[in-house]
Design a protein around this ligand. Structure first.
Ligand code: UD1
Ligand code: UDP
Length: 355
């Protein structure tokens, strides 16, 4: 069994780490393709180091660009790699342009596609990820769903064959790396913050960053929060803030902008936060895993269970301050809806049985 894995963006390094580990521990051959979608040290290499990921077999160095350019360049280069490597299957993760390019290249060459984190839907076609997810699911031969909701979403689109509810590999990663994070990360002392004494914020969705009036409204709310806000800024957001000169002129004393942090520091920051404010899919889930209240800056979420359980609320930029101060959070722990931490083993077991 030869698996060709395709990753390229920050969350994919994290989602793939437990599966890559399980594949290699099981003695299976993996050819690891990094598309180069994310390329800064803090958006890419740090995750390979901290999650003990093997060096990519190849880095396509595609870099940034418009959706068509980026996806097209990836498609061209991934096709060459698949033709040269002739894998038994191509494994893709999540919903980025790297995911779609990998799935499309493989499907056109009649190489079976396996999709990890299949069945997620926001039902918002303004999101680039929604196109990537829908198309990737319809191109896939094996679909690994994290939740029952994801399985049901696929059924609504008449996808029922080879659909497996295996749990979430990001939960596996949290289970595998939380102890190491606690032992190794000194991020709280470096930032001189105490547990439960700060809010952790991340923002990177085009919906929140690309419209100056929306970004400015979020920025003003972050500055007005009367508690320490730790804000590791995604490069996309930093660029937009710089274009609007916001990062310089409006930063309040309680808002602390830092560079993106590595995975171990992020786990510690999440686990010890009083609250998380985010538009990230992965960060919403991780807040839930750690039973940290989450305010999501989006009109909808794919992770509906986190909202149904009361641990996550959806908020508009102009309602951030009210949500931070007024919301009542559950007293019961988050329910175990993301599996048992063994998703990767289940994925490898199923993958290696497929003819
Ligand atoms: C991408 C994914 C998104 C995912 C996010 C995770 C798509 C369509 N979007 O969004 O689903 O949630 O990654 O973080 O695939 N940049 C750098 N350095 C880097 C990477 C990016 O400076 O290492 C800057 C560039 O200016 C680039 C911009 O960030 O144009 C956006 O990067 P891109 O990968 O296109 O999209 P993301 O917003 O990161
Ligand atoms: N993350 C990180 N450092 C940061 C911000 C995020 O390690 O400064 C991790 C986070 O813990 C989660 C993943 O990156 O595992 C989420 O990625 P991102 O928010 O970029 O993308 P999304 O999940 O929205 O696709």
């Amino acid at each position: 069994m030869r698996v060709l894995t395709i990753v390229g963006a920050r969350p994919q390094f994290i989602k793939s780490a437990p599966v890559t580990r399980a594949l290699r521990n099981g003695g299976y051959e993996e050819f690891l393709v990094h598309t180069g979608q994310h390329y800064d040290y803090g958006m890419s290499q740090v995750f390979f180091e901290q999650l003990h990921l093997p060096r990519p077999s190849i880095n396509l160095d595609i870099g940034s660009g418009s959706h068509g350019y980026q996806t097209g360049q990836m498609l061209i280069e991934i096709e060459k790699v698949i033709l040269a490597q002739r894998p038994d299957c191509v494994l893709v993760y999540g919903d980025t342009n790297s995911t779609l390019a990998g799935a499309l290249a493989a499907a056109k060459l009649h190489v079976p596609v396996a999709h990890v984190e299949a069945g997620l839907r926001s039902f918002n076609r303004q999101m680039p990820e929604e196109h990537n997810r829908v198309l990737t699911d319809h191109l896939s031969d094996i679909l690994f769903c994290p939740t029952k909701t994801a399985v049901d979403n696929l059924l609504q689109e008449a996808i029922a064959k080879n659909v497996h509810q295996v749990g979430d590999t990001m939960y596996d990663a949290v289970m595998q790396f939380s102890d190491t994070a606690r032992a190794k990360s000194d991020i709280l002392s470096t930032l001189k913050i105490k547990p439960q004494d700060y809010i952790l914020a991340t923002i990177h969705r085009p919906y929140n960053t690309d419209d100056p009036s929306v970004l400015s409204s979020i920025w003003q709310a972050l500055c007005a929060i009367d508690q320490t806000v730790i804000f590791p800024v995604h490069p996309r957001t930093r660029r937009k803030l710089e274009m609007m000169d916001l990062h310089v002129h409006l930063a309040g004393a309680s808002l602390r902008i830092i560079e993106p942090v590595g995975y171990l520091d992020m786990l510690v920051l999440e686990q010890n936060a009083r609250m998380v404010l985010t538009d990230s899919g992965g960060v919403q889930k991780e807040a839930f895993f750690f039973a940290v209240p989450c305010i999501t800056l989006r009109p909808e979420t794919e992770w509906v269970e986190t909202v149904e359980s009361g641990w996550n609320i959806l908020t508009r930029p102009d309602a951030i301050l009210q949500a931070v101060s007024d919301h009542a959070w559950p007293i019961t722990p988050p329910p175990p809806i993301f599996g048992d931490g063994n998703s990767a083993a289940k994925i490898v077991n199923i993958l290696t049985k497929v003819e």
